[in-house]
Structure formats: C-alpha cells, structure tokens
Design a protein around this ligand. Structure first.
Ligand code: NAD
Length: 254
C-alpha cells in the first residue's frame, strides 16, 4: 500500500513505542517521516531503521513543550521534505501512578506541559503551513483513560481529556481549510510509558494480568494497533472523518 506516497509526516515521540510503530508504518506506505523525539538516540535509531528498510526519514531532537524547539521541528520537516501534510502529536508520558492528593504541583505542571502544551504547540505551528498548502491531517494520541478513567492516574487522564476537547474544537476551526483533526485513545500497552507510570522496569505478571482482565479482547494494546488507527485517520480513506476519536482499547471502554 502506498497511501502516503509524496506526503511529509511528522511523528512526535517517535523514538519508541506507539510513535516508533506509527513512523515505521507511514514510511512503509511511502510517507517521508520526521522522527521527532526528546531522546536523540531513539529518534536516530528509528530513522536509521526506516532508511535501512528502504524508507525516507529524518531524525529531529525536540522537546514538544518548548515552543522554539517545536518551531525548529516544523522547519526541519519543510527543509527536508518541502512541506508538512500530516502531524501526529504522540509524545507524552505519565506521572507515577498515585492518588491525586499525593501528586506534587511540579509533577502536575510537568505532565500538562508535555501532554497538553505540546499538542497545542504542534498544532499552532503546523496549521498555518497546512492552510497555505490547502489541507492536511492531524492525529493526537490521547488515552482511553480520558473516556473511562481509573484511579491513580487522574491528572494524566485529565491531560488526555484536554487533548480530546482540543481535537474537537480545533477540528471545527480548520474544517473549511481541508484540515482534519482526530484522536486515538489507546488502552494500556507494555511500552516504556509503563516505566514512568509504574516506577518499575518491567510489568510484573500480576500487574499485567490485572490490566488484561479489564480488556475484553484479552490482551494489552500493541504499538501496531495504534499505528493502524493513526494511519487510517491520516489517510484519504478518512477524508470525511474529523473531530472524533477511535478507541483502540479491545473493548475496555464498552
Ligand atoms: N503505553 C500506554 O499504556 C499508553 C496508553 C494510552 C496512551 N498512551 C499515550 O501514547 C503516547 C505514546 O506513548 P508510548 O506508550 O509509546 O510510550 P513511550 O514512552 O514508548 O513513547 C513516548 C515517546 O515520547 C518521547 N517524549 C517524552 N516526552 C517528550 C517531549 N517532551 N518531547 C518529545 N518527545 C518526548 C519519549 O522519549 C518516548 O520516545 C503518549 O502520549 C502516551 O500518553 C500510552
């Protein structure tokens, strides 16, 4: 399939997990991908693997909470590939799993800076280019926790709720410019994200079993599940779909 032949795609947080799988999926379908991450080694590894598989990719180091860095990332996409057609705001993380009243103000502010301001900045600096080009697609990675929250991750889930509301409101502002804005709500996956949320290097068997027991399909999400939904929403097949979110949750929120 070559759904993204000639398209320039920026994926943030593409140095691992969902972002890595998504960047590789775009590249495997002809997209020219900016692999953007705060982790330089991760971004460079993924860009090199894409190139090794015959695709086109450019690694960029960015902190999505930093406006100048985001402007640099967008500039880099335009310099490298002449345009920016698709933006995937995927970079994000969670504070350690704790009850709300045990979370510090610093941890609260830090998670909002990446998960909410990061999405705002990505959209803010991409949309004028998409308007000028006559269209584009933005996909924001939220979380099933925004729709069906569980205890222990309340500020994190609230950041993802903000992302869903931003997605809906922005979709109305840009619809007439042929720009679509959608979101994906993944359920738990065993990516590096879990290290930050659990404070452990690996999920214990008990933690994994507890998570799986809440998912009717009987397994955690895989990065490929998220990549499939993101690329669908970014593709011409989703031309009439905007302002919505796909739950990639194995039925967890039903
Ligand atoms: N894994 C899950 O259970 C899960 C579930 C629902 C939603 N999500 C969301 O999915 C997205 C991707 O997470 P993942 O599971 O692939 O985790 P991950 O840790 O494997 O990937 C996240 C990537 O984002 C990068 N990143 C973090 N802060 C950044 C910043 N300030 N600027 C640029 N890059 C930054 C990290 O270096 C990392 O490469 C996140 O937005 C996360 O909130 C994850």
């Amino acid at each position: 399939m070559t759904r993204f032949e000639g398209k320039s795609v920026v994926v943030t947080g593409a140095g691992s997990g969902f972002g890595e799988a998504t960047a590789k999926r775009f590249a495997s379908e002809g997209g020219r991908v900016v692999v953007a991450d705060i982790n330089a080694a991760g971004a460079e590894r993924v860009a090199a693997e894409i190139a090794g598989a015959g695709g086109t990719a450019q690694a960029v180091v960015v902190d999505v909470a930093d406006e100048k860095a985001v402007m640099g990332m967008v500039e880099c996409a335009v310099d490298a590939f002449g345009a920016l057609d698709v933006l995937v705001n995927n970079a994000g993380y969670s504070h350690l799993n704790k009850l709300l009243w045990k979370i510090s103000v610093e941890d609260f502010d830090a998670v909002y800076a990446v998960n909410v301001r990061g999405v705002f900045l990505g959209c803010k600096h991409t949309i004028p280019l998409m308007i000028e080009r006559g269209g584009g697609a933005i996909v924001n990675i939220a979380s099933i926790g925004a729709v069906a929250p569980r205890p222990g991750v309340t500020p994190y889930n609230a950041t993802k709720g903000a992302v869903l509301t931003l997605t809906k409101g922005l979709s109305l502002e840009v619809a007439r410019h042929n720009i679509r804005v959608n979101a994906v709500n993944p359920v738990a996956a065993d990516t590096d994200f879990m290290k930050g949320a659990t404070g452990r290097d690996e999920l214990s068997d008990e933690m994994r079993a507890n998570l799986v027991s809440t998912i009717p399909r009987g397994r955690l999400a895989e990065p490929a599940d998220v990549a499939a939904a993101v690329t669908f929403l970014a593709s011409a097949d989703a031309d009439f779909i905007t302002g919505t979110a796909i739950n990639v949750d194995g039925g967890r929120s039903v």
